[in-house]
Structures are given as C-alpha cells and as structure tokens.
Write a protein that binds this ligand. Structure first.
Ligand code: ADE
Ligand code: ZN
Length: 343
C-alpha cells in the first residue's frame, strides 16, 4: 500500500462525528497570544514561533504540562466562547457534522475560574452551532484522573445542582498509575443523574484499564483504547460487544504511544472487527484536525473510500445523538461514498 496509488481526496469532506475533542486542545498559538493580550497576561514565550517550537512531546505528561499551562489565557466567559467558535468554524470545514466536546472544568477551577464561566462560555458558543455551522453539538465534562476522586465527586455535584448543560462525563489526564476503579462513585453518581459515561483508557495505560472502565465504571465508549490490541481476549470481547473506541492517530504519534503513523494499529483494529472511529483529541497541539487525521491515514495506509465511509458511520452510530439525526448523517455518508471516484 503506497501513497502514490491513492486517489486524491474528493472536494467535499467526509461527513463525520467528532467524539474525542478536548476544547482546550484547540487553542491555536495565535489565539493563545490574542487572549493573553486581551487579559494582560505575559506569556513565557517570545512569540508564536517560539511557542510552536515547544510542541515536541516525549509522552502524555510532557504534553499535559504545556496544555494546562496555556489554559492561563482563558479568563472570561467570552474567552471560552471565542475558543469554541474558532473550533466550530475549523471543524465545519473539516466535515464535522456533529461534535461531542470535552471540557476539563477542574483545570479551570484550580486557576480560580468558576464553572459558570468555563462551562457557560463553551455552552454559549455551542448553542448556535446548528444555526451558524449546521453542526449538532454537546458537551461532556471530563474529570482529571490524577486528582482525588473526592474532588471530582464534589465538582460533579455542583454541575448537577447548577443543571449544567452537559450530556455526560469523561475521565482524562495522566493515565498510568491512575486506574479507572478509583472513580467508581463518580461514575455511579453520574449514571444516577442520567448522564452518559465515557473514559480514556488504554492510551498509555494497560489493557486492564480498559476492562475496568467497562466493568467498574460501566462506560459506553472508550477513548483511545489502542493498547487493547495487546490482549486478544479483550479484543474478542470489544468486538462482540461492539464497544465504540475513539481513536486519535496523530495524537498517538505525537505523544509517542506509537512510533510512527505506519505502525498505528488502526488497520489491525478494523481488520479485527472493532467499532473504531477517527478523531482529533487536541488538534492544535498534534498537527491536525479531523480531516488531517483522515488524510494522513489515507496517505499512509491507502484506505479505501468504503473504509472511510465505515469509519464515518461508526462515528455517527457511536454518538449520543437522536436516531433521526443519526439517520440524516448516515445518509450524507452514503451520498459522499457514491461521489467518490472508482478505485
Ligand atoms: N487531556 C487532553 N488530551 C488528553 C489526552 N490525549 N489524554 C489524556 N488526557 C488528555
Ligand atoms: Zn483525549
């Protein structure tokens, strides 16, 4: 499979659902400088180029250090809305027709930014995504697994009390040494409150964390999950239950979870019959949005239009969206596939 035999991408982008996107990971360097100036914050970088030069990561933690530091520029509700609208505009151009967006409320609380400001700003921008970009959207509050579970539970209670506009909860941040089971009470409470449950697992952490996320947290979707491929029995189970797995190829390369794109397990995951779809994680840090992830996978593996249609359909069926909207988007994927040149 070589890049040279792959037909050029069609002019209309593949219609997809973005299910693994940290809104704070969409802050482009230019916007970081713009927001810093707006808020009178002095950044420890000379300029945009100096900041961009630091986007060389050795592992998840080396990225998280910069990701949390750069959040300092998000101060007002308007800042959160500006960041979100910039993402929506870029995502609409990438073919994203539905987006379920993570926010890290604890990272903002720790800096003295309350939930009404962070959640309120993002939610305000999302509330016009249909009218402005034809995109359905929803918000998921992710808890930091390297912080105490009691803190997560307290924040969850506050979110429930204030009737925050979220559809679910997630679990992210540094994975190794922070198994899902520590958060059982948080996920039980979320389910009781009618919230959807997802968790990062098997990004850097072992396959056992994926099992825990399924059996103990009872999540309905696994974020990343690539290390499942080290465990045949787990793969059989994930295939049988068709558990959605939100895979982020450029992220995995940039955080060195895989050595390079050619070594990425996605083709093997598809071959095994797993319910995988492609997403962008933190696109401004990892060199590309959802369309870039798809393009790079096409160039690297020569995946066929039918395979991309399968990946897109998986993303749509794995979303927490009404059946009627799913059917609408699945029909768009069918139309896209018919428009593709014969291979
Ligand atoms: N927070 C933002 N991006 C993340 C990732 N790739 N893994 C875990 N936590 C994150
Ligand atoms: Zn993620």
């Amino acid at each position: 499979m070589s890049g040279s035999t792959v037909p050029p991408p069609s002019s209309s982008p593949l219609p997809v659902a973005e299910l693994h996107l940290h809104i704070e990971g969409t802050l482009e360097p230019e916007l970081i400088f713009e927001l810093a100036a707006r808020n009178g914050i002095e950044l420890p970088y000379r300029d945009v180029a100096d900041l961009r030069a630091r986007y060389e990561f050795t592992d998840l933690q080396s990225f998280l250090d910069l990701y949390y530091a750069n959040m300092a520029v998000l101060v007002t509700e308007d800042d959160f809305a500006t960041m979100t609208t910039a993402y929506l505009r870029r995502a609409a151009g990438a073919g994203v027709r539905h987006a379920e967006i993570f926010i890290d409320p604890q990272a903002h609380l720790a800096r003295g930014v309350d939930l009404a400001t962070s959640i309120g700003g993002v939610a305000r921008a999302l509330s016009t995504s249909s009218a402005d970009f034809g995109m359905s959207t929803s918000l998921i509050a992710a808890f930091l697994r390297d912080q105490p579970a009691e803190d997560a539970l307290a924040v969850l209670e506050e979110l429930i009390t204030m009737q925050a506009p979220i559809i679910g909860i997630g679990l992210d941040s540094a994975e190794v040494g922070h198994p899902p089971s520590r958060f059982t009470a948080v996920f039980d409470r979320a389910r009781e409150a009618g919230l959807e449950c997802v968790a990062h697992a098997g990004e850097e952490g072992p396959p056992g964390y994926i099992r825990e996320a399924l059996d103990v947290l009872r999540v309905s979707r696994i974020d990343h999950g690539i290390r499942a491929m080290e465990d045949d029995e787990l793969v059989r189970r994930l295939v049988e239950e068709q558990v959605p797995m939100t895979v982020c190829p450029l992220s995995n390369v940039r955080l060195r979870a895989v050595t390079n794109l050619a070594a990425h397990p996605l083709p093997r995951m598809l071959e095994a019959g797993l319910n995988v779809s492609i997403h962008s994680d933190d696109p401004s840090y990892f060199g590309g949005y959802l369309d870039d992830n798809l393009d790079r996978m096409r160039e690297t593996f020569g995946l066929s239009p039918a395979t991309f249609a399968r990946l897109a359909a998986n993303s749509i069926r794995s979303g927490f969206l009404p059946e009627q909207r799913q059917d609408e988007l699945l029909a768009e994927v069918e139309i896209w596939l018919r428009e593709q040149p014969e291979t």
